[in-house]
Ligand binder design. Structure first.
Ligand code: ADP
Ligand code: MG
Length: 258
């Protein structure tokens, strides 16, 4: 029977598709190459922590991942979508990636709830009532169900950061990126934000987390990647990275902060 021969090759069943793949990514500012040929992947449900000295290119790498910065070369794949393809739909891609920054940038004149619904109504075109329901649910998840009607200015920095996380989650992203989400917070406010991030990680969210919180990296990360001078210098399980680091710069980095 000739039909069998003309059929398309079957897809590999349940291929372990990475949620996010970065291949040979580089980014320079002028003559300064700040991200240099980085190749890495984040598997579905995985939490990858990115650590490294200040200026090593962690933030730039993260910004490239959701195209806030344009890479000079290399590829970024979100599932089966190539974000760096010439005609990639950047807005569509971005809406699949949630990002939480050090500075949460909530709109001060809007209620906490409206801050969370804004992306749903304006970007996704969702009706106000449905958006409110989602916002209430997400705010509850980050422990702020009772604060929906408040202005962000009435909340602590840690609470505001949790609103920012709820805002990102409301969009149902496939991947969450965190860039030093706790670095601007007073020490006593850090733990509640980390607890939310831990819950997300153990709940199966796919996450790439730039952090200086080594306790978090040790406990919540599936793998830890060390960046140094724009390069991915070492990557491995938390045990490997923290107990038997190979790269001299990683050993030095850890000896300074642990
Ligand atoms: P990290 O997040 O690891 O501290 P960054 O990615 O912020 O590192 O920065 C890496 C390097 O790139 C630094 O030397 C920084 O000064 C430089 N850099 C970052 N953003 C810009 C920019 N917009 N223009 C020029 N240089 C930049
Ligand atoms: Mg940074």
């Amino acid at each position: 029977m000739p039909e069998a021969e003309t059929e398309a090759a079957p897809r590999t069943p349940d291929a372990p598709a990475a949620a996010l793949q970065v291949k040979g990514l580089s980014k320079s500012y002028g003559s300064n190459t700040v991200v240099c040929e980085v190749t890495l992947d984040v598997q579905r449900g995985e939490t990858l922590c990115l650590i490294g000295p200040s200026g090593s290119g962690k933030s730039t790498l993260l910004k490239c991942l959701n195209l806030l910065e344009t890479p000079d070369c290399g590829e970024i794949w979100l599932g089966e979508t190539c974000l760096t393809a010439p005609h990639a739909d950047v807005d569509a891609a971005r809406s699949r990636i949630g990002m939480v920054f050090q500075h949460f940038n909530l709109f001060p004149h809007m209620s906490v709830e409206r801050n969370v619904t804004l992306g749903l109504t304006s970007v996704k075109g969702m009706g106000r009532e449905q958006a409110r329901e989602i916002a209430r649910l997400r705010l509850k998840e980050v422990g702020l169900g009772a604060f929906a009607d408040q202005r962000p200015g009435r909340l602590s920095g840690g609470q505001q950061q949790r609103v920012a996380i709820a805002r990102a989650l409301a969009m149902e992203p496939e991947v969450m990126l965190f860039d030093e989400a706790t670095s601007a917070l007073d020490p006593e406010l850090v733990k509640d934000v980390l607890a939310v991030m831990r819950d997300l990680a153990s709940g199966g969210m796919t996450m790439a987390v730039v952090t200086h919180e080594m306790g978090f990296a040790r406990e919540a990360a599936d793998r830890v990647a060390f960046m140094c001078d724009g390069r991915l210098a070492e990557i491995g399980t938390p045990d490997r990275i923290f107990e038997s680091a190979e790269h001299p710069r990683l050993r030095q980095f850890l000896s300074q902060i642990l």
